[in-house]
Design a binder for this molecule. Structure first.
Ligand SMILES: Nc1nc2c(ncn2[C@@H]2O[C@H](COP(=O)(O)OP(=O)(O)OP(=O)(O)O)[C@@H](O)[C@H]2O)c(=O)[nH]1
Ligand SMILES: [Mg+2]
Ligand SMILES: [Zn+2]
Length: 366
């Protein structure tokens, strides 16, 4: 195994020049153990590494901390240390798959770094949700990775249902690849092998229980990962994946297994959102007024298209929802910045008061 097999390229090599002169070694992070990380070296050795203080302190947000898929510079430790090496730097991400952290926060959460292809796993009916897929597409558009949707569990659905789901996906995003698979009878799995190229990283995402770990087991030809029997009562997998993990395949390519995603919160900006709704923009440009709110405005082309059946009403509503979420997110971010700067001003002020108090006292001394 070489660094290139793990995704190393001339851009990383150029960025690493200074690190080499420090005697550091490149490695890719394959597991996040919360207090330590798993890393893989160019020769394929896996080691446990600790996060260096400087990298931790320089990270302004959680998203800036090293994540699975990141390339890092390691200072190798002496034998007998608790960790075999320490992370001294994280290289710039060439692509980054992230979403907004769940809940009311405004933080970006990194799913995986330096990913080339994302397999979004769903099925033809039970898990399938066109609105959720739109969110995935928005997330992926921003990531820089190529999107492939897997309609898994094809053994459980009639062909008509599968073809209908596929047609719906292509209507939402004509550029997406759709693959029909079954991890049970391994049909369609061979077609996925084409994406497994030396040095290329594939991340699998999707709801819990859709078969991400089962598909990976099929692809690597071993029961490597735990997969879950779905509990009949709770509907949840019992051996559900709890941590993301990067697997480097001996015959080339890498796969990242992820825990099931419950909510796909969009971490994107208005520009990217617009790109994922290009067709919508084209229609909107024909509205009579350029600042049309597509509400009850006169001469609204969006409404005309919905009436004529050329634009899907649900898609329009979803766009408005996403737009609203983004507006709220940016408002919360602004508010946070405001409170942070207010707080630091207050701290400065109180420091200043303390200083002038001391000063006064000193002056009043005889
Ligand atoms: N019938 C059928 N069952 C499948 C298929 N793929 C997976 N399963 C079953 O679905 C259940 C969940 O599969 P997993 O591979 O654990 O799902 P997962 O997406 O990794 O789930 P999380 O780790 O919780 O995110 C297991 O019981 C699998 O055997 C398939 O193609 N057909
Ligand atoms: Mg799993
Ligand atoms: Zn309009």
């Amino acid at each position: 195994m070489t660094l290139n097999d793990l995704g190393w390229n001339p851009r990383f090599e150029a960025e690493f020049a200074d690190c080499y002169s420090n005697g550091w070694e490149p490695a890719r992070l394959i597991r996040d153990n919360k207090i330590s990380y798993g890393a893989i070296l160019g020769d394929g050795t896996e080691i446990e590494v600790a996060l260096g203080g400087a990298v931790y302190h320089e990270a302004e947000t959680d998203a800036a901390l090293p994540s699975v898929g990141d390339w890092v510079a390691l200072e190798m430790g002496d034998e007998g240390n608790e960790y075999e090496a320490v992370i001294r730097a994280r290289l710039e991400r060439q692509t980054c798959l992230s979403r907004k952290a769940p809940g009311k926060g405004t933080e970006e959460q990194v799913i995986a770094a330096n990913v080339d292809v994302v397999f979004v796993v769903t099925d033809a009916a039970l898990d399938f949700n066109a609105r959720r897929m739109e969110r995935y597409f928005a997330v992926m558009q921003r990531s820089g990775a190529r999107a492939v949707v897997l309609l898994n569990k094809s053994d459980q659905y009639p062909d008509e249902a599968i073809q209908a789901a596929k047609a719906q996906l292509l209507a939402l995003n004509p550029d997406v690849d759709v693959c029909i698979t079954s991890a049970l009878d391994s049909s369609g799995v061979d077609a996925l092998r084409g994406y497994l190229q030396p040095g290329k990283t594939i991340a699998l995402i999707g709801s819990s229980g859709v078969g991400k770990s089962s598909l990976i087991n099929q692809l690597i030809g071993q029961d490597w990962l735990w997969t879950g029997e779905v509990n009949g009562v709770t509907g949840k997998g019992m051996h559900t994946t709890t941590a993301r993990e990067l697997l480097a395949l001996r015959r080339g390519g890498m796969l990242i297994d992820n825990p099931g995603i419950r909510e796909v919160q969009v971490w994107t900006d208005a520009k990217t959102l617009k790109e994922s709704f290009k067709d919508f923009d084209e229609i909107a440009s024909q509205c009579k007024f350029h600042d049309c709110k597509h509400g009850s405005d006169k001469g609204c082309a969006i409404h005309a298209a919905i009436e004529a059946g050329t634009l899907c009403r649900e898609r329009f509503i979803n766009y408005l929802k996403l737009d609203f979420e983004l507006a709220q997110l940016s408002q919360r971010q602004k508010k946070r910045q405001l409170t942070v700067s207010r707080r630091s001003r207050r701290e400065l002020k109180s420091k200043g008061e303390k200083y002038s108090d001391k000063h006064k006292r000193r002056q009043s001394r005889p």
